[in-house]
Design a protein around this ligand. Sequence first.
Ligand code: ADP
Ligand code: MG
Length: 669
Amino acid sequence: MQRILGSRGEHGVAMWILLRFGLGAFFAMNIMMCSLVLYLSAPGDLPPATIKGIHLVLVLLSTPAMLILGGPFIIGAIRDFKRKRLSTDVLIITGSFTAYGISVWHYFIGKGHVYFDTATMLLLIVTLGRLIEASAKSKTSRAIKDMVSLIPDNARVYRSGKEIEIPSNEVKKGDIMLVRPGESIPADGRIISGECMVEESVFTGESRPRQCRPRDKVYGGSVNCDGMISVTATAVGADSLLTRMQQIVEDAQNERAPVERLAERAASVFVPFVWLAAAGSGVYWEVIHHNPERAGLSALAMLVVACPCALGIATPLATCIAIGKAAKSGVLIRSGEALEQLHSVRSIFFDKTGTLTSNRLMVSDIRIAPGSVTLDEALRYATTLESASEHSIARAIVTAAEARGCAIGKVTDFRVFPGHGVAGNVALNGTTKQVTIGSLKLLTMEHILHEDLADYDYADQLTTVYIGWDGKIHAAIKLKDSLLPTAQEAIVSLKELGIATAVISGDRESPTTRLAGEAGINEMFFECTPIEKAEVITKAHKIHKRPVAMVGDGINDAPALAEADVGIAIGSGTDLARQASDVTLMGDDLLRIPWVISLSRTTHRIIRQNLAWAFGYNTVAMVLAFFGYVHPLIAATAMLASSLMVIGNSMRILSNAECGGGEVVGDGG
Ligand code: ADP
Ligand code: MG
């Protein structure tokens, strides 16, 4: 049916429910009108034949209404039944179809009340709840869906030496794409020539365009504002960042949170309990008060009022809205569970390079061991090797060499020592050397340190890397990294939220101390290997017994990101870091971390309110129904009010402050 309506996904679901709701409402309104005639007439006003006639009309109107509105619930109940589970769908079905069944029976035997209005109203209201839930979901995920339309229909690529235009979905990895000013980029890739400003607010939530040069990465769906660029496609279709982002959000929204699974398990106890209570209420009125009519009425009201519709939507709706809102602000949350964990995080560990500092480091000084090589030669070996590395140190070295116009050679056997450096065979001027670049710790394992470079490191608090081959260290490069503009403010906001912060770095003590000091962080760990980073997280978790979060960008952060209760990856970091994380920040605005924690706290609070309200409502209403104080029709109306309360309350998440205005939403309670 969704296919007939021509729309898929959340939107299709919402349209399909809307159609059923519209048809059901038509029947229900007519049923209400006919029922009103019966309610408003005093006993004896209408001749029995007229009453019988009205009852027949009611049977004819309500039968299709029950099928149209009840169908999906029956299917749901049967599906759960097959899995040997009792779900809330069962309650909806028993409530409405008991009312319907009793009414049909009363019609045929020609005496007793009919409750066709209650039966159809109940289903109509539950359907309305589902409709509102579905359209809220569809609205929050539409923004992300729309992103795919950002990919242009056609792409211009070079094939066999010619520039041709092909549909964007036919672009292959390795194709060279030509993007003119003002055009959208068809697939993820790396710029090979040209410079431009790229507007990528879908990924970063940041409206300011980013200056991109050759070797920079650009993403399909972002807009080339002003330059002419050629881009080698590195990821297309399902592998592209845009599609993966959309997938993550969709999966998270559809995934069942632990609370939801709990509600399901509770239902299997709750359903038989309701049946027993309804039977008990009937027996109570029949045996104690000898009032068979009241007995039927209260048992029925009990069944109707027990439908835990509000309970069913209390958690998923709020979670879904929050994940959608976060995605719009450039924070991708992988699961409802991660969102839930975030609210109770009490300590956050930050990686240094590329996370607290901008990933654009600058080479500030190079020193050559006297009598070994020329500066250009050292730089050429370093650049050739680093051109194979993703690390921000590597990028800085390559940029510095390019500025000096150094030609680069070929690298083979490239190896990464996460947290230490890189090595490989570099072919330059016809000779091949085994070059290693990295921390002093890595280099001293196999290379002799020239005494002139020995005291170089301690002079200031900059990051220093060493370059060695043929058993000797030939040069050292100092790099300056600067704190991200939002780092300080983010740390202050986190402190205000009661969250402790610390730095864990693979770098040496002095640069780490300087950066931590600038950021306002007191606790730090330095010269950590990837495994040691993960161990710090484990220990912190054991000591504080509270969820711990880790923010990182590099390959060397992946174990710690996976170990943390909530791993937060910096979007511009490595794929491995993103894969190991539960949350990805698009762009590098660290203020989004306190923002998303506040969002998760707000969501948690709203879910708790929803659950308290829904449980409270059900309990009170069931007690009232047991003692016969609730007419089935009133029960159905009260249920609508209760569901609307939960929906309205969940919608408040949407009105939470946007991220980016520098303002961070407070917990508020
Ligand atoms: P952080 O943990 O602060 O992000 P990393 O663990 O990424 O830092 O790096 C730690 C150290 O390892 C760096 O200070 C540097 O000495 C060395 N290193 C890592 N990767 C490279 C590389 N590609 N080139 C040179 N040195 C590197
Ligand atoms: Mg790092």
